[in-house]
Design a protein around this ligand. Structure first.
Ligand SMILES: C[S@@+](CC[C@H](N)C(=O)[O-])C[C@H]1O[C@@H](n2cnc3c(N)ncnc32)[C@H](O)[C@@H]1O
Length: 223
């Protein structure tokens, strides 16, 4: 299994930092959904700068934030302190979640669990299943094989589904695991898949248009 490697958040500044401090569009839907289901224990898996921890913390959830990057957890803690909120923090690898079995009501891992290889992905999914309570839900994204990154021939292939990202930046040399629809469905066959869809983000850099495809899944551990 490939060694895990987190993001280098210290080089994320300016408009990039602003981007990662604004909650994702779907997090507002999840907030309403999980409030209406009286969910309480919220795990922000791979919390980054803490945009979702802050949103859920402000809305009454008990927030558990974890990331493999010490900087990510430090920056989330500093932000939470300015908002006078106290969370449960952990610097840890998603391959071994530092939580009890059946302890989380809801988990958000947006653009996180793809940072491993095929063997690591199976381990992460077992961990999600283990820490979720019966009836608990998880929202996650997975890199799609349709995305530009998977098509980069000069990025090293780690296994049939995994590439090492060689672009300079915070994700330099982090593993990226990619799926198609069948892969995504099969990986989560132990869960009830409530929704699954593919989203494409377009962004322009140095006059080039990039198309970044991700599968978004909302899954439930059945009672
Ligand atoms: C694209 S960022 C997303 C951050 C956050 N989920 C958000 O939406 O703002 C990916 C995060 O996953 C973390 N990460 C990568 N590999 C990890 C691992 N093996 N265990 C825990 N966190 C990991 C990175 O350090 C980084 O903070």
């Amino acid at each position: 299994m490939i060694k895990s490697k987190g993001w280098n958040w210290n080089i994320v500044v300016g408009e990039h930092e602003d981007y990662w401090k604004n909650p994702s569009i779907e997090s507002y839907y999840l907030l309403n959904r999980w409030l209406s289901q009286n969910k309480k224990e919220f795990l922000d898996l791979g919390c980054g700068l803490g945009r979702h921890s802050i949103l859920f913390g402000k809305n009454g959830f008990n927030v558990h934030c974890m990331d493999i990057s010490q900087d990510a957890v430090d920056k989330t803690r500093a932000w939470a302190e300015t908002e006078k909120m106290t969370f449960d923090y952990a610097v840890s690898d998603m391959l071994n979640l530092p939580y009890e079995d059946n302890s989380m009501d809801c988990i958000l891992c947006r653009n996180v669990i793809s940072h491993t290889d095929t063997e690591g992905m199976k381990k992460v999914i077992n961990e999600l299943y283990r820490v979720l309570k019966n009836g608990g839900e998880c929202y996650l994204t997975l890199g799609s094989k349709d995305t530009w990154g998977f098509k980069q021939e000069d990025w090293p292939l780690i296994d049939a589904n995994t590439k090492l990202r060689m672009e300079e930046g915070p994700e330099y040399k982090t593993p990226h695991f990619y799926v198609n629809y069948e892969d995504a469905k099969n990986l989560f066959s132990d869960f009830n898949i409530i929704t699954i869809y593919q989203v494409v983000d377009y962004f322009e850099k140095e006059d080039k248009v990039y198309d970044s495809y991700h599968y978004h899944l909302l899954i439930k551990k059945e009672d």
